[in-house]
Structure formats: structure tokens, C-alpha cells
Design a protein around this ligand. Sequence first.
Ligand SMILES: Cc1cc2nc3c(=O)[nH]c(=O)nc-3n(C[C@H](O)[C@H](O)[C@H](O)COP(=O)(O)OP(=O)(O)OC[C@H]3O[C@@H](n4cnc5c(N)ncnc54)[C@H](O)[C@@H]3O)c2cc1C
Length: 522
Amino acid sequence: MVLEKDIFKEFEDIVGVGNIDDGEVITNVYAYNWCMEIFNYMEGKEPIPFSPIPKAVVLPSSTVEVQQIVKLCNKYRIVFKAQSTGLGPWNQPSTDNSIIIDLRRMNKIVKIDEKNLYAVIEPYVSGSQLQVEIMKYGLNCHMPGAGPQVSPLASATSMNGPGFTSPSTGHSARNVLAVEWVLPDGEIMKLGAYGLKNNPDFFHGDGPGPSLRGIMRGWAGTKSGLGVFTKVAVKLFPYPCSTEYSVKGYSPNYDFEIPEFMKLYVMDCGNFKKLETVMLRVEEQEISFMCSYLSGFAVMAIFSNSIESLMDKIAIGQMKAPLVVIIAARTQREFYYKQKVMDFLLKKFKIKNIIGKIYTPNPTFYAEALRSNLGLHGFIATGGFQSTKGVADTANVCLRSTKSNIPLKKGFIKQGVIVNDFGEGTWMTSYESGHYFHMESPTMFDQTTEQSVSGMAEYMEKSNQLDLLKHLGAPFFVEGTRMHELFGPHMSNYHIWLRKIKETFDPNNISDSGFYITPQNK
Ligand SMILES: Cc1cc2nc3c(=O)[nH]c(=O)nc-3n(C[C@H](O)[C@H](O)[C@H](O)COP(=O)(O)OP(=O)(O)OC[C@H]3O[C@@H](n4cnc5c(N)ncnc54)[C@H](O)[C@@H]3O)c2cc1C
């Protein structure tokens, strides 16, 4: 279903010739995304990795152009789906009466305020681009576990947001300051200090008046269900160690000089009870750059970049409850202090660090940790990976969720539809020095066989519903009308309020609600 000629021309007049395409090749390419086959299966459709094909793809270069596009969509009742860097099924239109607004031309770092510790960015600035620029000021930014190639704006305004550095950099919802937001009807909303009449700036995310941050993104983001974000200010943090970044060699065999004051600990806590105690104690000391529980298989994966190197590490995979901690410092004294605290805790809890004794990782591991690039190792075994769970709660609830999932996962492993990670595949991180925790259950499957795709989809449904049955919080894949209506009645009927927000901001359902919620009767 392509755009009518006259309508195409109106869009083209906004973005300029060459910045809109409704050809078969481009629109089909944009219909593809990683894991789309799973979501199709869950909705009773053919499990292929393609969404409905968009009518066209438009590439605006400014907020004004985005605004005009959105107004035109309203005029002709065409749905729009916004993409920043576009990784994942959440970027896909839910209807073929839709265009994709690809924001890749809006790629500027607008401002770095090194004194007040924030940066203002456009949608297509990647985490790695931002990090490289702010490292010049000795600063760092939060990135989601997806990695440095994705958009901090998308994560801050529209997606979830746990990351490997969450103990020291938090969650994306906690990092967002002022935003510039094109609402579903095309009006521009400026949140926080950017909305001030006099001297507008980006340093503050709330007000003037009541904060709309909850409506804007809540916990998990509206995923393009409530307009388009065109600028955002994100918090910056001190870089954890020296910013000297010495890399030699060629991909994938880089040689990285490990910064002077950086140390990795991998410790088997033996069981979940002890793991919880140790993790809480480490985090209470506020010394970690990274502090994650990774199942044995996941520890093998973060140190590997091929199946062969993964299989080499079976011995590490035997650990029962491994805790991975990185400490980093900018001075000898700070480093000495942090090591001393770790030495004390290791002794107190009678646990050992295997690094340097039983196992020594390739130095590129440290570079990947600094660049938040560990998540992509989830693809190594089969090329296909997706997570379930995603709860944000206490360490205890996260570990209960982990434990309750093991028998379920083992059942699907037995059927041969997902990879055998002993049922334990888990990543759990602390947020903000242990104030709360994130847990998810990454699972590898084979995207190329229907049996594995359908098995994975069934496992995901059951795994997420288990949290509901056992009162273990809301998984991050509660998205789209069906899931909100399933979970809402068990959670103070929040879905009714979510729907009211959608109806207020977007009664005509022009901002794609596929991963948000539809207005009544749409
Ligand atoms: C290996 C791997 C690990 C992952 N780990 C994590 C993790 O630890 N934590 C986590 O949070 N996520 C994780 N994810 C999912 C990840 O968050 C998303 O894939 C990632 O944030 C996508 O970022 P992006 O820049 O590509 O955003 P996009 O994919 O472009 O956008 C994400 C969503 O926001 C919407 N959107 C994007 N830009 C705008 C805009 N300007 N205005 C309005 N809506 C917009 C999109 O429609 C989409 O729904 C992981 C993914 C992978 C592949």
C-alpha cells in the first residue's frame, strides 16, 4: 500500500527530494527487524522476521520537519512510527497504513555542559559517539545493555534502560533531563527547564508545574506510541578511570591496554542466598563500576567472541552463582581503597576471585566493559537471542524470579527448541549502588527454524506469565494492548490510566500504538 502521489509530494515538500522513499526495496528492508518473528508468532501471525510494510520512509532533518510530518499524518490519518537507531522489533509499524520516520539525519550533539554534567543530543547520536566526545572532559554516560551503537535519546525517552554500568550510572528513566517532544498532534512540548519562558535550557527535567516525565516515558517508554522526541538532555558522570584509550590491531582481534586503575573480580558465591548477601554488601560500599550476577553460561559468553572460544570456557560455566564486579578509579589512592574493601569482603565471605588465577580474560573485555558492549555476546551461540523477565525490584525478588524460571526453561531445553544454558541464563545488575535491582533471563534460539522460533515464543509467554502468577513484578515485555490488558487488572488497573493518557494525547491513534496501548475502540 504505497502513498497516493499527491500525498507523497506533500511529504517530499517537507523533507526534500531524496529524503523520502516508497519504493519496494526500501520499504521491504525497513519491514525487517531482529526478533520480529517472535512477536508475529505471539500475535498468531506467520513467524517471519517482517512487520507490515510501511507505505514510505521519511527522513526529516529538523524538529520543524518532524512537526510538519506529524501534522500531515494527522491530516490524512496515516500512522507514524519513529526510529532512532532502529534496533529491534519495537521499531516496527503495527499496520500497513503507516510511514516510518527515520531520524538518522538528526545526528548532532547539541551541547556538552561539562560543569553541570549533562549533554543535549539528537535522536541519531549513538552512545559511542557521545561517549567519545565527553571523554575529552573526563566524563561518561549511561548506555543500555544493548550497547554503544544504539541511541541514548531513544533509551532515555522511549525504551527501558538497564545497562551493565547501572550500579554507577542508573537506569535511562533516571538519566533523562529536559526534552523537546513533538506530540502526536504535531504540537511541540518542551519539558523541564527547556520550557522556561526566560533563559530556557536543558539542565532540569521536571516542571515548570507538575512533572510530565511519568506520562512521557513511565518505566518502560511508550516506544513511539506518544509522539516523537527530537532533543533530550542526559546526565553525565565522571569517567570511572583514566580516559587514555589505547587500542591496536584489527577487528575482532584488538589489543587493548587495560587502564592502570581497573580490576575485574569473578567470584562464585555458591548459592543464591550468599550471592544476594555478597551483592548487597559490595553495593553498599558504593565502589563498583559494574556489579552483575551472570549465570555460569553468561559468564562464558561475555569473555567469548566465537563459538570455539565459548566452548573453551566450560570450566567457568560450572560456577553456581558467579558475581562479576569491576572496580575502577582515577587515582592510586581511590584504587587502593576500593581494592582494600574488596579484599575485606572476599575474606569475610570466604570467596575467591578467579581472575588472574584460574582465568585471565583477553584485555578487550575491559574495553568492552568501558564501552558497555557486553550485551551483544548474547548472540554468539546461535545468532538468535531474546530476553524474558526484566523486573526492577529488590535483589531478593530478582533472585526469586531467577529461581522460579529454571524448571520452566529446562522443560523447553528438553524439547530442543532453545539453547541449553542449564536453565539458568540470567543477567542481574544492581542500580545505583544497590538501591534496586534489574533481572532478565536472556535465551538463545535459532531464528532460522520455525520450531525454535515458536518454542522460544511459547517459552517467553510462559516465563513472563510466571512473574504474574508468583507476584514477581512486571516484566519489561508488557507492551501492546494485549499484554497491558493481561497485566493491568493485577496491578491496580494501571492500563485504564495508560489508555486515558493515550486518548488524551492521541485520540486518533496516529502515533503507532503497537508497543503501547490503543485508545478505546481503535
Ligand atoms: C543484545 C541486546 C541487549 C539488549 N539489552 C538491553 C538492555 O540491557 N537494556 C535495555 O533497555 N534494552 C536492551 N535491549 C533492547 C534495546 O533497548 C533496544 O534494542 C535499544 O534501546 C534500541 O535502541 P535504539 O537506539 O535502536 O532505539 P530505537 O530502536 O530506534 O527505538 C527504541 C524504541 O523507541 C522508539 N523511538 C526511537 N526513537 C524515538 C523518538 N525519537 N521518538 C519517539 N519514539 C522513538 C522506537 O519506535 C522504538 O519503539 C537490548 C537489545 C539487544 C540487541
